[in-house]
Write a protein that binds this ligand. Structure first.
Ligand code: TRP
Length: 447
């Protein structure tokens, strides 16, 4: 493994991991989940989970990745030699990442379609009903959807074939800060709309009676989804982190940036949605129809709308490459398949599922699994089952299987940083996190 690639700089690591974290999960999925799970109550639970469970799990994945310098499966094989069961966490991650990539690319396809609509000035002057009808019509148009999905998966595969440093790092670094600036501008606009206050109240004011087991598990799933946890993605990225980088501060920066972007998305979307009369439970409509309406009301709306959807597509790309990388690094390192073959294989497989996921959302479609559309089934199965269980066993692995001295050595960079933090983190990883995740997983069946 002597010449294994690594990230070029400290900022590059944060940018790449934040690039993985920040994506459609923040701007599309977070508002959907917050809207469907009671708004303010969800938001509070979400923040607590990010800090108490997400951050320690992210550190755990980085530690496991950098210690082993291997892919999601190889990491567990290396750190638990001879064990047949621990690598299962890694296999779950590889399968999960593959499944997420499929429905993720469906949503990314809508994003590219929105870029197209923005370029052609489609949104201008249209009212909400027309924009909503147009969105449904685009989903119902099979070929149109397939072309955008294919384009997105092709771009993802293209970057992956070029490798880590030239590919992933270069793109993440410049673009995410620009996305942030646009979001801040959008916030200001959204908050000055008539009726904005009602949306803010919905998003921020917790009604604690709304916190049920379902809300907890959905918040847990959303936190892990948004932070790219529980699927081996950050184990894989961790394996590319240089020895001198501080894992805890990297994880903290990434978690904070990711949560900040999700919060901004909420501050933009709910006031605007309430102002335009879009229900908080409206799902995909929250991001894909509310925002174009908002741009319609802004000076320079054409320009902002275009830049926004382009940046959102790029944010989605820096996330999808981390998903594909999980699968590809497994195939190349464990099964010795060449990088380009592995990428092509994984991308084609995901594409096939992606098309089915997209079609399952068409009007009148019967592509259903357990009463859910195939799209929702993929989403719920990965976020609330694979990711949470993957995360649970990852912290158990670190706390109960790996040598404590290995954790400490990696966490403190050989005794140079984070000496005091190491005890707190170890305690949370060993006791609190496994317990809390288990309790949440159980409560979802109670209520
Ligand atoms: N975190 C990304 C988002 O919010 C999605 C994502 C990328 C992901 N890699 C992941 C989710 C790995 C789970 C696991 O858009």
């Amino acid at each position: 493994m002597g010449n294994r690639e690594s990230f070029g700089s400290k900022f590059g690591v944060i940018a790449a991991a934040a690039g993985s974290a920040i994506g459609l999960g923040n701007i599309y999925r977070f508002p959907c989940e917050a809207g469907a799970n009671g708004g303010g109550a969800f938001f509070i639970v979400y923040i607590v989970i990010v800090l108490l469970l997400g951050l320690p799990l992210m550190v755990s994945e980085f530690v496991i990745g950098r210690r082993s310098k291997r892919n999601a499966v190889g990491a567990f094989k290396t750190l638990a030699p001879g064990s047949k069961s621990w690598p299962i966490i890694g296999y779950m991650g590889v399968i999960g990442a593959f499944l997420i990539l499929a429905f993720y690319s469906t949503v990314a396809g809508w994003t590219l379609d929105s870029v197209f609509k923005a370029v052609t000035n489609y949104y201008q002057g249209k009212d909400l009903a027309t924009i909503e009808e147009g969105f449904t019509a685009s989903i119902d148009n099979t070929w149109r959807s397939i072309i955008w999905e294919a384009a997105f998966i092709f771009l993802t595969a293209f970057i992956i074939i070029r490798g880590i440093e030239k590919g992933i790092e270069k793109y993440s670094k410049i673009l995410m800060p620009i996305l942030f600036v646009i979001l801040v501008i959008l916030c200001v606009k959204s908050l000055t709309l008539p009726g904005a206050k009602e949306g803010l109240t919905f998003f921020f004011k917790p009604d604690f009676s709304k916190i049920t087991g379902r809300v907890l598990v959905n918040a847990l799933g959303q936190a892990f989804f948004s932070l790219s946890l529980g699927m081996g993605a950050l184990i894989t990225y961790g394996s590319y982190i240089a020895k001198k980088d501080n894992l805890a501060s990297t994880a903290l920066m990434v978690s904070l940036c990711d949560t900040l972007i999700a919060t901004l998305a909420g501050i933009i979307i709910f006031p605007a949605a309430f102002s335009f009369g879009i229900q908080p439970e409206a799902g995909a409509s929250l991001a894909f129809n509310t925002l174009p309406m908002l741009f319609n009301q802004m000076a320079g709306g054409y320009f902002f709308c275009l830049i926004f959807f382009i940046l959102l597509a790029i944010a989605a790309l820096t996330s999808s490459i981390s998903l594909l990388e999980v699968v590809v690094s497994y195939l190349t390192e464990e099964l010795k398949i060449t990088r380009s073959k592995a990428t092509t294989l994984a991308a084609l497989g995901s594409f096939a599922l992606c098309v089915i996921a997209g079609m399952s959302l068409q009007t009148g479609s019967s592509l259903k699994v357990f009463n859910l559309t195939f799209f929702d089934a993929l989403d719920k199965f990965t976020a609330t089952i694979l990711m949470t269980i993957g995360g649970l066993f990852t912290v158990i692995f670190l706390g109960w299987k790996m040598r404590k001295s290995d954790f400490e050595d990696e966490f403190t960079n050989g005794g140079n940083v984070n000496m005091r933090l190491r005890k707190i983190f170890y305690f949370i990883i060993k006791f609190i996190a496994p317990l809390a995740i288990t309790v949440i997983l159980i409560t979802q069946w109670i209520k």
